[in-house]
Every structure is written in structure tokens, then in C-alpha cells.
Design a binder for this molecule. Structure first.
Ligand code: ADE
Length: 421
């Protein structure tokens, strides 16, 4: 290991978005390699609102690999971090930084230790796919530091071994994770279907639903579903292959009605598989069900989809509107049913892209209180109010894939100590 001095530190910082599946991944055919039983499709969310930022530092003075998540040291000993580190180290290449007089040879990476600090710009415990963004960022940033030459497809197959859905965070826009056939997983990779600019009218509103219940982890839930749900087998073999083709066509043609119908149907089938599991798994709660009814009633009353909903392994709703106008109307309906607690500021209850609040004509709590109930539908179902059932809303849009942050002030580790700033 050649270097000017033996106390140098070299760092890289990356930022990687989270993603939400519109055709769901549920069930592994190989637990260790994280190989799925079906293809899935996701949309990447705007990293300004939902992303992980990770700094990786290497120095000959580091005596072991260490990691900090949101400022707290966490163990790196888990299989998932370890497989990603091992795979990236195998692909590491020579690195030369002439200015700093640092030269690292390919083989040195096996002996050098790294410090990793990661930060999520959204609450990690809120059930918003933080591990997808986190593991993708872990792999992406290590790959940059270690001068890995492989493309995003290869990196996605490594991220997949950290957290299945992390592979889809390797691209922006619309992404497909192809399940692949190979037993060692080489063809189970993410591919970009279209960039975020292909369909940039879409608006996404996430309802972070209050929940006291401890959820079954996705890993355990999936394993139970694979072992016990006959519906999962039917879904993976018969339903999803057709839906993938239809979803690809809907995205290609920016056909919102088809996109919304497929998104809602697939979310509902995923939760039906959870119910079909023994013992049954309940990820959604009453608030989730009320949000589904709100969207379904609106869509039915208009005769064509105005919004789509999708729910992952938790009660949070991800709602997709075709444009800003529909998103404004959707937000009005959501805030009528789920108003903020009385002492809450509207601007801390609706975060992210605040311009959707303006689109909805909502500037203050007074405007929310003055919202009229949505027109009574044919089924005469009255619109009730449920304050406190939603913690907050995040308004966002489709976003771009991983990128390197060159601004050194954004690094999470000190360039002199290699410890969190
Ligand atoms: N799990 C949740 N967030 C993460 C992050 N940013 N990095 C690694 N693992 C995570």
C-alpha cells in the first residue's frame, strides 16, 4: 500500500433514493441470495424528500470496519451488510489521488478498513423503505470509493443481497426488478424502464399512518407466505407475469387509468396473500382501509381513476395522482378526513413539495377547517373525520437515481478523524 504518509483518509459521499413498488415483491425463492418469486416494478421517489446519504472513508489507521446510522453506531456484522461489503471488495480497483499522494492497489482493499456513516432525510422508523435507500446507498458509495467499474445492473445485484428492494433504488424513474432464472442470481437485477422525465406529471402523496402495533418484519412475513399461502403461488406464477406486461405498457403510454387499476389491484392482492398466510399477517389498519375507501369512492364517482393507492408491509398509504390538479383535490379530501390535531401547523403536517398545498388552495389551518365534505356518493356513505390518525403527509414526485455528492461539506465523516462530524 503506497502512500505519502500513513495517516491519510480518502472519502466518498453518495445519495440514493427510496422506491415504492407498484407491482409488489413478496416471496423469495432463495433466502440467502434474496432471489424473488416474481418480477416487480417500482417508481423511484424524489431524493430531495426521501433518500439516504452515505459517506464512506478508508484509512490505514482504521482498525476495523464501523458504521453509524443517523449518528448512532450500529453493528456491521449482519449477513446483509457483510455480503455487500464482500462483493464490492471483490470488484474494487486501483485508486490514485495524486493531490493527496494516495495510491491504493486493487488487492489493498482486502486489508483496508472502512468507516461508513449514513443518514436518512426522513424518519427511519416510519416504515418508508429506508433499508432500500440505505442498502443501495451503501453499495453505490462503497463502489465509488473503491473505483468499481461495473455498471448499475451489477451494483443492483449486489444491493439486492443487502435488501431485495434496494436493487430498484439503483435507478431513477420507473424500474423493473427481473427475477432471473440463474441459481446464483446473476440475472436477478434491476433495469430502468423509463426515466423520471418520461412521466413527470405524476404526484405522490404519502400518508404516514399512526400505528402502535409492532409489525411482522418483511423477512418473516415473506417466509411465512411462501410456506403457507396457496394464493402466493397463484399470484407469482399466473397473475404477476401478465400484470408486468400490462404495467410496462401503461408506463410506456403514460396511461394513468391502466396504471392506477394495476397499482391498486396489485397492492390489494399482496395484502390478500398476507391474509392467506398462516398465521395471517395484517399490515394495514383501519386508517389504511379508510384511505382505500376514500380513493375508491372518488374514483367510482368520477367513472375513471383519479388516484392510485399502494401499501407496503405497513399501514402507510402511498397515493399517486396523475397531475398537480388531481393531487390538490386528493389532498383536500385527505385533509377533510384526516385533519391535523388542533395545535398543529399545516406546514409541519404536510411536508415535502409544499406547492401541492397551494394547488389545493390551503394556506392555513382555517382553510382546512373550512373544507367542505366531498360530495356524498351514490352509496350515501358519509365522510367522517379522523383527526390524529395520520401523523403527517409527504408530497413528492418521481425522482432520479443515485448520485455522488462532490460538495465536501455534505460529507458525514470528518476528513481529519474519519469519525461522524
Ligand atoms: N437501514 C435503514 N436506513 C439505512 C441506511 N441509511 N443505511 C443502511 N441501512 C439502513
Amino acid at each position: 500500500m503506497a502512500s505519502g504518509t500513513e495517516s491519510w483518509i480518502l472519502m466518498a459521499t453518495g445519495r440514493t433514493p427510496t422506491n415504492i413498488a407498484v407491482i409488489k415483491y413478496w416471496g423469495k425463492r432463495d433466502e440467502a441470495l434474496i432471489l424473488p418469486v416474481n418480477d416487480s416494478i417500482s417508481v423511484t421517489l424524489d431524493p430531495d424528500h426521501l433518500s439516504a446519504t452515505t459517506t464512506v472513508a478508508v484509512s490505514p489507521t482504521f482498525d476495523r470496519d464501523r458504521m453509524w446510522l443517523n449518528g448512532k453506531e450500529i453493528p456491521l456484522s449482519g449477513d446483509r451488510f457483510q455480503s455487500c461489503l464482500r462483493e464490492i471488495r471483490k470488484l474494487a480497483d486501483d485508486v490514485e489521488d495524486e493531490k493527496k499522494g494516495i495510491r491504493i492497489r486493487k488487492d489493498d482493499w482486502q486489508k483496508l478498513h472502512v468507516h461508513i456513516a449514513s443518514y436518512n432525510n426522513f424518519p427511519t422508523a416510519a416504515g418508508l423503505a429506508s433499508s432500500a435507500a440505505g442498502l443501495a446507498c451503501f453499495v453505490f458509495t462503497l463502489a465509488k470509493l473503491m473505483n468499481v467499474k461495473e455498471d448499475c445492473g451489477k451494483l443492483s445485484s449486489i444491493a439486492r443481497q443487502g435488501s431485495g428492494s434496494a436493487c430498484r433504488s439503483m435507478y431513477g424513474g420507473f424500474v423493473k426488478w427481473t427475477m432471473g432464472k440463474d441459481a446464483c442470481g446473476s440475472d436477478s437485477i434491476a433495469v430502468q424502464l423509463a426515466s423520471e422525465s418520461h412521466w413527470n406529471d405524476l404526484v405522490i402523496i404519502i400518508a404516514v399512518v399512526s400505528s402502535k402495533q409492532k409489525e411482522t418484519s418483511s423477512t418473516t412475513g415473506m417466509r411465512d407466505s411462501v410456506e403457507t399461502s396457496p394464493l402466493l403461488q397463484h399470484r407469482a406464477q399466473t397473475v404477476v407475469p401478465g400484470r408486468i406486461l400490462q404495467m410496462e405498457e401503461a408506463i410506456r403510454n403514460r396511461d394513468f387509468a391502466s396504471f392506477a387499476r394495476l397499482t391498486c389491484a396489485d397492492s390489494n392482492q399482496f395484502h390478500a396473500v398476507c391474509l392467506d398466510t398462516s398465521p395471517p399477517i395484517f399490515y394495514m389498519n383501519d386508517t389504511s382501509h379508510r384511505i382505500i375507501s376514500l380513493v375508491e369512492r372518488w374514483n367510482r364517482s368520477e367513472g375513471t381513476p383519479q388516484a392510485a393507492y399502494t401499501f407496503d408491509a405497513g399501514p402507510n398509504a402511498v397515493l399517486i395522482a396523475p397531475n398537480r390538479k388531481s393531487a390538490g383535490l386528493l389532498l383536500q379530501r385527505l385533509l377533510f378526513c384526516f385533519p391535523p390535531p388542533a395545535d398543529n401547523e399545516l406546514t409541519s403536517y404536510v411536508i415535502g413539495d409544499k406547492s401541492i398545498l397551494h394547488e389545493a388552495g390551503l394556506q392555513s389551518m382555517k382553510d382546512v377547517e373550512a373544507l367542505p365534505p366531498p360530495p356524498v356518493s351514490k352509496d350515501k356513505y358519509p365522510s367522517q373525520k379522523f383527526p390524529g390518525k395520520v401523523s403527517y403527509f409527504i408530497c413528492t414526485r418521481l425522482g432520479s437515481g443515485p448520485r455522488v455528492l462532490t460538495d465536501e461539506s455534505l460529507a458525514l465523516l470528518s476528513p481529519t478523524t474519519g469519525l461522524p462530524k
